[in-house]
Write a protein that binds this ligand. Structure first.
Ligand SMILES: C[S@@+](CC[C@H](N)C(=O)[O-])C[C@H]1O[C@@H](n2cnc3c(N)ncnc32)[C@H](O)[C@@H]1O
Length: 454
């Protein structure tokens, strides 16, 4: 079976990534090509080595002949994927004649140009060495798994882990956390020093088919992503809203806090993602606590009777995802585009302001998995400017947390940031808004009046 269809699909994906329309993963998952694993792998590899192929095409004879080749339809991404297969991948033997012949006929020229690039330090070997060095410098984020409080208690989890011969390590104050996680053996489990329901396993531990994970007694969830629900810790029986909830990691965490007497309304406007969330939430034992609302949160009327009991909220809106480790951004440079960040920031601020209109709301966590100030401190500043009579940022969030918001903002110390090198998690940002009580509001107004009179 020729692989032409795969090569054309990769070319589509690379084209969409290059024109900044999509992240590589979304482009792959939205593509009709069935074998996503193959498509993802080859697309990643093609994008990764793009600078080599651009270097080859600096040779005008090569670029003219390849771009003029009818079978290639002038498509640079298609030429890139074919060059990848020819020089680095499995060869072009599984392509049809029309795709492989032009490249094979230029074999000598391609090899010569690659040699010329090598002489300039831009050849294949140098590129490979560069990737190896980067890999060595990469921080390995440990495997975090949250004890699902809806299925069992922390004590039951500990007891069962012990019975199953896991060695439980109780985190020491004398050994740095970084050392503890890197020394973790495959049969050991460490308790997270900040979030009591969070366990840490060695990356090399083979857990995917483990019953605790399969049956969602433990839920894989990065530590940073556990912060929003943990920081607002809604009490048992309370009512919450998760404005942008799918696939529902933070929703099921909220559900574990509020328990069977409570309720979480989980919004998502994407029907496919909302359905996935429904399934996962049910598997987590939160089916009766969570009400999945497929729709745009911005369209709800916060003053409607239905929302009068909501006291806690999480706003985890769409973001650039620039904090996520192992994205392709370092090769595609696609995340930090100013106009994209601007549009995201607008949506983020709108969602946040809308949620703050819920009349009985007490605490709200705003979070992104972005490292960009535009989506984080700038959004918070804009919202505080408009809502500061009723809302302020919670202070002293996790005093021991190593990384705070940008110091150039007066509220920077009230924000938590996460960074793989410092917090051993994905990059993340979170703040908690808390409602200013009436008494404090009056006091604040009085002080303002006195200041004005002075
Ligand atoms: C960052 S993801 C949420 C991840 C989720 N909180 C979790 O932890 O599993 C953002 C989600 O917001 C949804 N979304 C975007 N705009 C929305 C809106 N106006 N109303 C509701 N959901 C929205 C997207 O479909 C996407 O699933």
């Amino acid at each position: 079976m020729p692989l032409d269809e795969l090569y054309f699909a990769v070319a589509d994906v690379v084209e969409r990534v290059k024109t900044k329309k999509k992240s590589l993963r979304s482009a792959v998952y939205e593509h009709q090509f069935q074998d996503k694993k193959k498509l993802l792998r080859l697309s990643c590899e093609t994008v990764k080595y793009a600078q080599l192929f651009d270097g080859l095409l600096e040779n005008s004879n090569l670029s003219t002949r390849l771009l003029d080749e009818r079978a290639y339809e002038g498509s640079l991404p298609l030429i890139h994927v074919l060059l990848y297969e020819f020089l680095i991948g499995n060869g072009l033997n599984q392509a049809t004649q029309r795709l492989k012949r032009p490249i094979h006929s230029l074999n000598m020229e391609i090899r010569q140009q690659e040699k010329a690039l090598s002489a300039q330090g831009r050849g294949l070997e140098q590129l490979r060495n560069g990737f190896e060095e980067e890999k060595e410098k990469e921080i390995e984020i440990p495997r975090y798994a949250r004890i699902n409080g809806l299925k069992w208690t922390r004590d039951e989890a500990i007891e069962t882990l012990r019975e199953e011969k896991w060695q439980i390590i109780d985190g020491s104050d004398t050994i740095p956390f970084s050392q503890q996680i890197t020394q973790l053996r495959d049969d050991q489990v460490l308790f997270d020093p900040h979030i009591p329901e969070l366990l840490i396993f060695a990356n090399s531990a083979n857990l995917h088919a483990y019953w605790m994970i399969e049956q969602r007694y433990l839920i894989f969830q990065d530590k940073a992503s556990c912060l929003p629900a943990f920081l607002i810790s809604p009490p048992s029986g309370s009512h919450c809203v998760d404005t942008c909830a799918a696939p529902g990691n933070k929703t099921s965490h909220l559900a574990a806090y509020v328990g069977n007497e409570g309720c979480v309304w989980a919004f998502d406007r994407d029907p496919t993602r909302a359905n996935t969330m429904k399934r996962l939430v049910k598997q987590s034992g939160a089916g009766d606590i969570v009400s999945v609302e497929c729709g745009d949160f911005l369209r709800i009327d916060p003053s409607e009777e239905r929302w009068k009991t909501v006291e806690f909220a999480v706003v985890d809106p769409p973001c650039s995802g620039s904090g996520m480790v192992k994205r392709m951004d370092e090769w595609t440079g696609s995340s930090a585009q100013a106009d994209r960040l601007g549009k995201l920031a607008n949506l983020q601020a709108m969602l946040l302001k809308h949620a703050l209109k819920l009349p009985s709301l007490k605490r709200l966590a705003y979070s992104t998995c972005s490292i960009h100030e535009e989506e984080n401190e700038q959004v918070v500043r804009e919202v505080l400017k408009e809502c500061s009579t009723d809302w302020r940022l919670a202070e002293n969030l996790l005093p021991m947390w190593a990384l705070r918001g940008k110091e150039s903002y007066e509220f920077g110390k009230h924000c938590l940031r996460a960074d793989p090198k410092i917090t051993f998690t994905n990059g993340f940002f979170v703040v908690v808004f808390e409602r200013i009580e009436e008494k404090k509001k009056k006091k604040k107004a009085k002080k303002r009046k006195i200041d004005d009179e002075c």
